[in-house]
Write a protein that binds this ligand. Sequence first.
Ligand SMILES: Nc1ncnc2c1ncn2[C@@H]1O[C@H](COP(=O)(O)OP(=O)(O)OP(=O)(O)O)[C@@H](O)[C@H]1O
Ligand SMILES: [Mg+2]
Length: 463
Amino acid sequence: MAHRPSTCKGTKSSEGLIQASNKLPRLHGAQCSYVQEAGRLFVVLPNHAFILHPNRHHGDPPPQWMSIWVERPIRPISLRQLTFFGRTLTEPRLISSANYVRTELPTRLAHRLRDIQQLPYVVVSNPHLSLVYELYYKAFERFRVIPEICSLDDNDRFCDVLKEMLKEHLVVIPNLATGVLECRELFPPDEMDRFMNTLLRARISRRVIAEQHLALTDTFNSPWHFPDSHERTDMNADFVGEVFLKCNAREVIERCGKVAQDLMRQTTQSPQIPTINVQGHLNATFPYILSHLEYIVGELLRNSVQAVIEKYHDSSAPPPPIQVLICETPQHVIMRISDQGGGIPREILPYLWSFSKGPRTQTRLENLGRVPAMAATMQELKVSGRKTEPVGYHEGSLDSLTSRPPNLRLGMGLPMSRVYAEYWAGSLELHSLEGYGVDAFLQISKLGNKNEQVTTRAAIDAV
Ligand SMILES: Nc1ncnc2c1ncn2[C@@H]1O[C@H](COP(=O)(O)OP(=O)(O)OP(=O)(O)O)[C@@H](O)[C@H]1O
Ligand SMILES: [Mg+2]
């Protein structure tokens, strides 16, 4: 396939579209044409556009590369596998973890690049979505050429590339969210939501494997790690990489509740902040990635605290407490968060889980518009002067997100929380009692034996 304008022998139409001649490549059996916009070259099919990378040279590998990677199935992992893998950490295990990430990242990226390529041209040419595409493409190109990792030095260099990618990709969520909202009229909302879900889930999956490997490398390099001595490998360690083996539901709720309460105390004039009562199986523990759980619980409590404060703003009586019930079953831990904040407004209820539709789209776009202007990443959106404590092993991408100002409502708390909950085979449901309050049910798969729920081929093809 040609990928430079000079190879395209078409005629330029008045709209800047270069019509392809019969000799030009055919994609999926259809005649294609090209359009150049903002320095990017697109191949346009009747309903689709493929962005070609602007910096390609003749000597570059052919784009079949992408197909080869897309054909590779991804190899999902479970929390249990992540744990066992890192428990007795030896040099060969660390190297093999590095090589897993080295081949898995470009595979997962290639799948997502293909998803974006399959969007209609008008959607894919949105500046926010094409920025995400460019970031993914760059990362794909970078990772696919990394040779096999054979030594600890190789691994150190690989970790530097990983860290750089994680940092560079912090802008992905606000850009995706803005792009999806801006294109809401151009693409069926349900498909747009499915696309967003797929991309977010895949993004979590890449960060999980990358951050886990970085955490394992840190553990390996720490002065307390003695890889050659079985006796001294700590079999009771609470963290294995990013996985926290003894996640305690009550502690997480209390910690996240305090963050939500403090935030509201700082940013609202309301003197009355609802208390949070926790009851049920208070000792329930399970393996989980702590930052994921704290994000979900944090978003739910934040919504509840906010709703109760708004409802009881003018009342002299103390606001009713938020009741949290923890229920442990052989397979699951279920948390029910009940508030009396008046329930979810009827007009937004049908759009609760959507990234792309609903009556508040315009406000959300405006709020999202403040994100790149303020800091370029959602992660840096903090209430000024507030010090956030990193909760995970690394300065994660979620902890400071939780401390963004409460009036900056992006409409993403619930849909993102559900993506996180489902990622480790859990679920998130909400029941709204109109005029009274909300019950949120978060179900966590307790045994850690479920694979990460990364999109399957069927779902990719459906996008
Ligand atoms: N517990 C609740 N009580 C009342 N309304 C709620 C509750 N939880 C959510 N809502 C309503 O649902 C809307 C969507 O919630 P969601 O958390 O997805 O986004 P947001 O809170 O508006 O913005 P963000 O979470 O991105 O800051 C909220 O704006 C609010 O109107
Ligand atoms: Mg919210």
